[in-house]
Design a binder for this molecule. Structure first.
Ligand SMILES: [Zn+2]
Length: 500
């Protein structure tokens, strides 16, 4: 074999190896890992709302992505603050500490409510162990930038981290402007790789008009147009190919007719307790020495009324994941679906509500996702909203902070990336092995020819045959040069190392 031919073979195998490795890397990329992620929450979007009207843009996710047919099983108190924080931290409410929209913390001796701007940006409420995805992203990725529009918890520094881009809650900002802002963040000089967008609809309409109203149906159609605008803009800016999109919500909705009102004043004296969040889960903090009196009166009231249950904190079922936190009150009154607590100070006022136990299907929010990592036209029945954080960490290739979630169901939504990657790894090793064995064969071939030359030299010494001498000298000198020449060795191994 001529030297130039040997070189060609080595170069061929080296280039092939490089190509295979590049293909493997590309395959991983097209499966969406390390790519960008956008999560959108439409507040109060019940699991079955898409069946209420035509939603051609949401339907693109059903056909081209994945969804949960029965929605997500969210956290026990199905309210906005706790469940938005559960989605981004993967923790149940008693672990992440945002146990309701309104709270009292006996150690801080302060109350919290969504309209208290100072409390919203106070890490004492939010930075107590849970790590939202925007923090995980920025702590672990060298170029991780998170852009957050109005998501619960993002006002406060958590683990001393705030999102790279942030717009606080502002109900006057239109949904289309939010989309434009996100597109700008994803495409500017230092782009975000993670976006979070919060929309306060259809929650507001659900409260005012009820979940079965035409106003809610109209709103769903309007939100579908927003999703259409988002997809158009992402396509126009060439962002779709490398972006996984999750669309979900914090909770569902129930109708709350006036005739299903439960006035707590009928059972307990309003001056004997403080309340943080009245309906449908009343957080009751009895005043000094009033604990037993309030509990007994409420228990009698519940027995008489038949449409709510009363728990002492220590008796709250473990399945609620709602016990071991100082912000959970000594007494909890939990209304049955469709029933509303009221007091003279806080009368019944809404045709629709949420916050009921997560055991009610009505309280479950929808879940859709689409993008390079997800299967197409695939669905599962349901999974826990605490799993969404693990899913997002997987998509962004982040190591999840401690959480209550699991990948067991959500991994089935993903393309079989592990299998395809291991196939590419196998191919890479196969081609690499072929390359090494080829080089070894060429080497052995040279050694054999050199040994043959040495033995012929010996015969030449004894036989003094001129013709044989000339031929062996020619072959021998070639092989000697091939084995000892430093440029020959270095011309092979750099190619191998380049291909690694
Ligand atoms: Zn909500």
């Amino acid at each position: 074999m001529k030297k130039s031919e040997e070189r060609k073979i080595v170069i061929f195998f080296a280039l092939t190896t490089c190509y295979i490795i590049k293909c493997a890397a590309h395959k991983e990329h097209t499966n969406g890992l390390s790519s960008k992620l956008l999560i959108i929450s439409f507040d109060g979007f019940r699991w079955d709302y898409l069946q209420k009207t035509n939603t051609p843009n949401f339907d693109k996710f059903l056909r081209g992505g994945v969804h949960a047919r029965l929605g997500l099983k969210n956290a026990f108190v199905t309210n906005t603050f706790p469940n938005h924080f559960t989605l981004v931290t993967g923790m149940w409410e008693n672990i992440h500490g945002i146990i309701n929209n309104e709270m009292y913390d006996p150690v801080l001796n302060e109350t919290f409510a969504p309209w208290m701007k100072k409390a919203l940006s106070d890490p004492a409420w939010f930075s107590v162990g849970a790590e939202p995805i925007w923090v995980t992203n920025q702590l672990q990725k060298p170029n991780g930038r998170s852009g957050v529009i109005m998501w619960v918890g993002a006002d406060a520094p958590i683990k001393w981290v705030q999102p790279s881009r942030f717009i606080p809650f502002n109900e006057s900002i239109k949904e289309y402007d939010k989309v434009d802002t996100l597109i700008k963040w994803f495409t500017d000089q230092y782009p975000i790789n993670l976006g979070l967008l919060y929309s306060m609809q259809p929650d507001e309409d659900g409260h005012v008009y009820g979940p079965d109203s035409t106003e809610v149906i109209d709103r769903i159609a309007q939100l579908d147009e927003v999703v259409g605008y988002l997809l158009d803009q992402l396509e126009r800016h060439h962002l779709l190919e490398d972006l996984n999109i999750i669309i979900t919500s914090d909770h569902g909705f129930s109708s709350t007719p006036k005739e299903k009102e439960i006035n707590l004043d009928a059972f307990i004296d309003a001056s004997s307790y403080m309340i943080t969040g009245l309906s449908p889960v009343a957080n009751i903090w009895p005043k000094e020495a009033k604990m037993e009196e309030i509990f007994q009166n409420l228990t009698r009231g519940a027995s008489h009324n038949g449409h709510f249950i009363v728990y002492k904190k220590e008796d709250i079922p473990d399945t609620f994941h709602y016990k071991y936190n100082r912000r959970i009150p000594p007494i909890l009154a939990v209304a049955e679906n469709h029933f509303s607590f009221s007091t003279e100070k806080e009368p019944w006022s809404m045709l629709g509500d949420h916050g009921y136990s997560n055991s009610y299907q009505d309280m479950h929010p929808f879940f859709l996702a689409m993008g390079p990592s997800f299967k197409k036209g695939y669905s599962v029945d349901t999974f826990n909203s605490v799993d969404v954080y693990s899913l997002m960490c997987h998509l962004l290739q982040l190591r999840p902070a401690p959480n209550n979630g699991s990948m067991s169901v959500v991994k089935t939504l993903l393309l079989e990336q592990e299998e395809s990657t291991s196939m590419m790894t196998f191919m890479t090793y196969l081609i690499g092995g072929l390359l090494v064995s080829s080089v070894a064969s060429i080497f052995m071939f040279g050694v054999c020819r050199y040994r043959r030359y040495l033995s012929s030299q010996k015969r030449f010494d004894y036989s003094h045959m001129g013709v044989r001498s000339n031929l062996s000298t020619f072959v021998g000198s070639t092989m000697t040069r091939e084995l000892s020449s430093p440029e020959k060795v270095s011309s092979i191994f750099p190619l191998m190392s380049d291909s690694d």
